[in-house]
Design a protein around this ligand. Sequence first.
Ligand SMILES: Cc1ncc(COP(=O)(O)O)c(C=O)c1O
Length: 437
Amino acid sequence: MQYTANNLEHHWMPFTGNRDFKNNPRIVVKGEGMYFTDHKGGKIIDGSSGLFCSPLGHGRPEIAEAVYHQLLENDYVPPFQTATPGSFELANRISRITPDPLNHVFFVNSGSESIDTALKICMAFHRARGDGQRTRFVSRERAYHGVNIGGVSISGMVKNRETFSGVMPNIVHMRHTWSEDQLFTRGQPETGAEVADDLARFCETYGGSTIAAVFVEPVAGSTGVLVPPKGYLNKLRKICDEHGILLVFDEVICGFGRMGAPFAAHAFGVTPDIMTMAKALTNASQPMGAVAVRDDIYSTIIDAAPENVIDFFHGYTYSAHPAACAAGIATQKIYEEEGTFEQAANLIDYFHDGLFTLQNLNCVRDIRCFGLMGGVELKSKGAPGALGTQMQKDLFWNGMHAKFTGDVAIMAPPFISEKEHIDSMIDILRQTIEKIE
Ligand SMILES: Cc1ncc(COP(=O)(O)O)c(C=O)c1O
């Protein structure tokens, strides 16, 4: 095959219908503030903060400059046995906003890596305490925990699982929290907390002392915004405490202000033992994720090893990469100095009002929302997901990027949005939905 600069064939794109895309590509050539520009010159408002990861919009000069200067100063240092100053500064900054006592931070390069790292931390912690028989993990239907083998095994979305999930044994899934009686609920549903009792049943069936950890997204984002019923997360916390099970919140989407608070743990008033995070850590300007753990989880694992040997046999060549740390510090500074999380929180009601103006459209099956994230579920036409795929393309050409899962549009406006940006997102969504009615 002949190579030309604009030959699209060589790049096998992720989570994309490659043949369809390459027949009618949507190529973004610029990102600035709230907007992308496509290769035909079209302006596209970013209705999902990229993939929930760019709450400050695109092209923030402070972040770009921090990365540039870092690369000139010190572009790479092995993160095993050596370190750069930035990794400590960033970990300090993150630990200032995580709930106490989650004050120790392990750096990775993505949300998927944060999940597999958290799985290993759970195993290492129990083993260090002489509790190594805890080998079972509990997660939930319709969960998305990334695409690495551990994460996909505990995920609950069938298309991601059916080919790849058979490798990791001893995983059980609780029921997801959505039910018909929650249709068109704004915020947390009043009903449904009792599905947390699935965890109690697993403890009765398998023995609570065999379960290492429970992984949940506080709000299940990628499956289409499933908001936890009131009391649900508290119940999980209580059952975990009764049985010595670790509670892990996957805050990869929820973290860094999306829920109207620094983390979902704050928004829902439930503190997990471990939190994974990634999106929005660097405003997506550099790949990075992290795992925050309770102080005693850190000390138990490191104290179990003699002082002069490695305490945790895990890490990536690019863990705490200097450029990612620089991007992370610059991003966290902006969040702090500009009060970005408060800015997001002030926009929530307006955003929810806008979403619910779509309630009476014939094609809309459900609307769900919490914080600055909302799912607009369409009534499927043909195969599940066929309409959503078409809608996502139509929206793009109508001037908006929105993330879709199946037939659900998942809106997650950047925190820098003005009210007129929200209006524009809702208008484009309405007009595009009306065309299919
Ligand atoms: C809750 C959750 N966990 C993990 C991941 C995986 O993150 P990444 O795509 O950075 O590997 C995602 C990605 O959407 C996510 O939503």
